[in-house]
Design a protein around this ligand. Structure first.
Ligand code: SF4
Length: 480
């Protein structure tokens, strides 16, 4: 049997409540405390016997809790993000100081985009991985010399060297189940998402998205713009395994960029889930036909997470969303008629945003009326077309995507719309959507019907109001 390096997979501690792990699309502290699973780290962890996955933010672990562990391992693999990168380097340096023989590798979209720059950022870093790193890490853990491992950059003679690119994985069933790693190393009760039942478990059934939205990080970096999928049988087998491991889990979430990119497959998975009798939810584009929605709903689908982004057709066209507002309206009507819950996500401050498009988007959201929603600020992550456009046009007023507490910052500033106005639009959006009598009545009715939801909503409601109050205090000054 192959000997493997003793390997620690780490989502480092950073801002308090920071949802920036290897599973979070917008790496930031949220309106209400929430954590996605570190699935991108769990995947290589599943390939390496006796490895350990440590997700510091949900576990409440601080640097001083992590550092002594360095002596127990031969390799540490840290998942990084653009907002947390400086802090992640400090963690890497502390681990290296505690164990100078420790190999330290960095993974994640941020470092994959600028491998050599990331490597040069600290002498504590041994290597940096490219986009898809599961088998790269496995080969390093098997003790292969770094120069023989495809898909990484490493340090040599005070400089850096790059090995040939690793081809994207085509046989997705070669990836072992992440739920076994979750069970071994994580506490599922520590993972919350406001609109999902608790406890929940999320995982991927495929990687990549066929759409080409200019702002979207993963398909332009780690996942790719094709939908590479696991077989239906492999997915159903993993959920069956998860049910054995986690009888307390109330909902499964498929975090594929767009689970509905392949409709026949989505229907086949749904039928398998229906036979298992689980409640589930997934990401979807606002163009799923009624016939498919019906099959999904009849087989346990509870909620769809839908990226509407904007109520302006011009903005949707400009960011290459590939959706018509009319189609999104019809989809939402049909999903709601079937009793499918919808969590809608919107972005303020995309290119082309004006006070008029902000107003149009708020009205659009009120009209289609998803059950819950999330409003984010446009975040130009390095590696995206939006980032390149922002640099070329001189829109990037700030390079830090989050503030000192890890909360999203407004960084794009347009000649006709300031980042102060964009920042303020988020609060206005939330207030005008949630503080409507009809909406408050529906939310209150749900709380009365289900006391567990009621208790959770009260807590989250208080967090949400504190978040809005804090945003008001932190509004960026208008640029001079
Ligand atoms: S459809 Fe969604 S996941 Fe796909 S590129 Fe657009 S925003 Fe990203």
């Amino acid at each position: 049997m192959t000997d493997y390096l003793r390997t620690l997979f780490l989502h480092p501690p950073s801002y308090q409540g920071f949802d920036g792990g290897a599973g979070s699309r917008y790496q930031a502290r949220r309106e209400v405390r929430s954590f996605w699973y570190p699935t991108w780290l769990a995947q290589p962890a599943a390939l390496i016997p006796k490895s350990r996955l440590l997700d510091a933010p949900p576990a409440g672990l601080r640097l001083e809790d992590i550092t002594p562990l360095a002596r127990d391992y031969e390799m540490a693999v840290l998942h990084t993000s653009t907002p947390s990168f400086a802090g992640d380097l400090r963690v890497a340096e502390a681990l290296k100081a505690a164990n100078p023989r420790l190999m330290i590798g960095l993974v994640g979209a941020h470092v994959a985009v600028h491998r050599e720059k990331a490597l040069a950022a600290s002498p504590a870093i041994t290597f940096v991985c490219g986009n898809e790193f599961d088998f790269t890490i496995q080969e390093v853990a098997q003790g292969r010399p770094l120069e023989q491992v495809a898909g990484l950059s490493y340090r040599v003679n005070g400089s850096s060297a790059r090995t040939p690119e690793r081809r994207p994985l085509e046989n997705m069933d070669a990836l072992p189940f992440v739920v076994d790693v979750y069970h071994r190393d994580l506490v599922v009760e520590q993972y919350f998402i406001g609109y999902l039942l608790h406890p929940y478990v999320s995982l991927y059934t495929g990687r990549g998205c066929r759409s080409k939205c200019t702002f979207c990080l993963w398909p332009q970096t780690v996942g790719g713009q094709r939908y590479r999928t696991r077989s239906v049988e492999h997915v159903i087998e993993e959920i069956a395994q998860a049910r054995r491991l986690f009888p307390q889990v109330r909902e499964y979430f498929f975090d594929d960029d767009t689970f509905t990119d392949d409709l026949p497959r989505a229907e086949a998975i749904a039928r398998g889930l229906g036979r298992l009798g689980v409640t589930w939810s997934c990401n979807a584009k606002a163009n799923v036909p009624y016939s498919t929605l019906k099959v999904l709903k009849d087989n346990g689908l509870r909620l769809l997470l839908v990226g509407y982004e904007s109520g302006s057709q011009e903005i949707l066209n400009r960011v290459k969303k590939g959706i018509r507002l009319e189609r999104a309206r019809a989809f939402t009507r049909e999903a709601k008629a079937l009793g499918i819950k919808i969590h809608g996500t919107f972005i303020m401050g995309l290119p082309g945003e004006t006070p008029e498009t902000i107003e149009a988007t708020i009205r659009f959201a009120q009209e289609i009326d998803p059950d819950t929603l999330q409003v984010s600020l446009a975040a130009p992550y390095p590696g995206t077309a939006l980032y390149r456009e922002a640099l070329q046009q001189g829109w990037l007023a700030e390079t830090d995507l989050v503030d000192a507490d890890g909360v999203q910052a407004a960084v794009l500033d347009y000649p006709h719309l300031t980042r102060t106005e964009i920042f303020a639009s988020v609060e206005a959006f939330y207030r005008r959507f949630y503080f409507r009598p009809r909406k408050l009545f529906v939310l209150a009715s749900e709380m009365v019907r289900d006391p567990a939801i009621g208790r959770r909503r009260l807590k989250e409601g208080a967090e949400f109001l504190r978040f809005l109050a804090r945003r008001r205090a932190d509004s960026p000054a208008a640029p001079v």
